[in-house]
Design a protein around this ligand. Sequence first.
Ligand code: ARG
Length: 560
Amino acid sequence: MDIQLMVTQALKESLGQATNHNIALVIEKPKNSAFGDYAIPCFTWAKAFKRSPQEIAQQIASSIHHPLFAKVHAVGPYVNVFLDRKRISQELLNQIVLQKGDYGSNNDGENRNVPIDLSGPNIAKPFSMGHLRSTVIGNAIANLAAKNGYRPIRINHLGDWGTQFGKLIVAYLKWGDEEKVRQQPIAELLRLYVKFHEEAEKHPELNEEGRRTFKKLEDGDQQTRELWSWFREESLKEFFRIYHLLDVSFDYLHGEAFYNDKMDEVMEMLTEKGLIEESEGALVVKLDEVDLPPCLIQKSDGATIYATRDLATALYRKRNFDFSRSLYVVGSEQTLHFKQIKQVLRKAGFDWANDMVHIPFGMMLQNGKKMSTRKGRVILLEEVLNQVVDLAYQIINQKNPALENKHEVAKQVGIGAVIFQDLKNFRTNDVDFSFEQMLNFDGETGPYLQYTHARCHSLLRKAGNFVPKTGHSLDEEEAWPIISLLSQFGEVTKQAWEDYDPSKIARYALNLARAFNSYYVKVRILGSEDREARLHLVFSVATVIEECLRILGIKSPKSM
Ligand code: ARG
């Protein structure tokens, strides 16, 4: 239930033919509550009706009858509308306690499949800030899909295939150290990769050896295959430490290698449809008709590439998941790539290519510069995350030294801070990574929301682990901004999903927390006559903030 929507709907019904104006645009919210919850100015209709605005206001006021409204009357050229707050608040509070975490959900998706391509780090390379953003944004969008009745399928499209693996294998066989790979796989593999390129400067024939080795890998040669799969496993172990910290999981780890045996089909299909052309020894699909550069499908040495594998991926996902839409949460630097993929598929006659959506995002900056997770040869991301958790621990330890599970809470707060900082603004904005900002308990932060949620639970605990029953209502002025916000949650989850925009949830949660905190300083809760109803409001705020945080991928400790 969204009060604002219900009011415009009720007014539309009551006014009937009187006006075809867009009521939502006309309605005002009076600053002074003596003039009601809503006011309709009648000036605009004077001309059409050839009557004075005052007369029109009288007429409209007498024609509005709706159970939502306690009182409707004309004051000069305005119609003032007073909501039946008792009735509305009761219905809302009932809904929240009956539905709990399901409050704000809908079944629009009818359980249809939505594959979501997220994270996609590259084997033997550091997990970058871009991959972190993709993981965090993609996970929140997957949660929004589920909240709107879709079935999200989280797919990690690992970068685990390509000529670079031929080079890496050559480098390992020449200069590698098994023990080091086991201890610090990514650092060691990165070292080998860098060394390969240095050596190849001096001995260009190494490149040829790399290509030959990748060819062996593609053809299933046992030794190369074993090394590749070992590198992959060791890298995944490192990546999963990060996924563990973030508490993100995947339905499929189908990386690029998974499509190796599905490439011939793509080549045949494109050839059959007459889409392939030769260009300087390579094979391309020309996309002049939409003003895009040609999509490279096969290199002059016969190897397929990233784009070819994404074509195979799209076909596979359509076939296996029969998706209603297929999402790709990948940085904005790949916008052209996804445009090309979609256009090639359209040209091949696949209308469903229109249901593929690239969801781009901006960069992670630190002090205005692109933030890198590769410093020398050390992997930084895990370190950075652990650093945030340590800082969170120090703050919590200071604020509440007696807290029981401080380490667990510090992890939830620290990781929550990183995630919220990423999600609080529209995703195409760059994010400024700042420890100080993200951990400010009074700022627009994850910890601020978690703290507000914990404050609610502390009240509920003090009230003897209060769990509300149905039937409470609350018509006090101070509670009204909260009631009104709570009523909007369902609309917000819809909008956030339609726009693939988790920041709508983040912003909404901040507004709700602010409204609650100003209520909390103004209104006495535990020792009041209205205790039960007010506690019910507290319970509702806690429930909805927790649900917002869950959607964003953030935990809500009950005390901190
Ligand atoms: N591995 C890629 C990269 O690091 C991201 C993969 C994105 N997904 C896809 N289907 N292309 O840039």
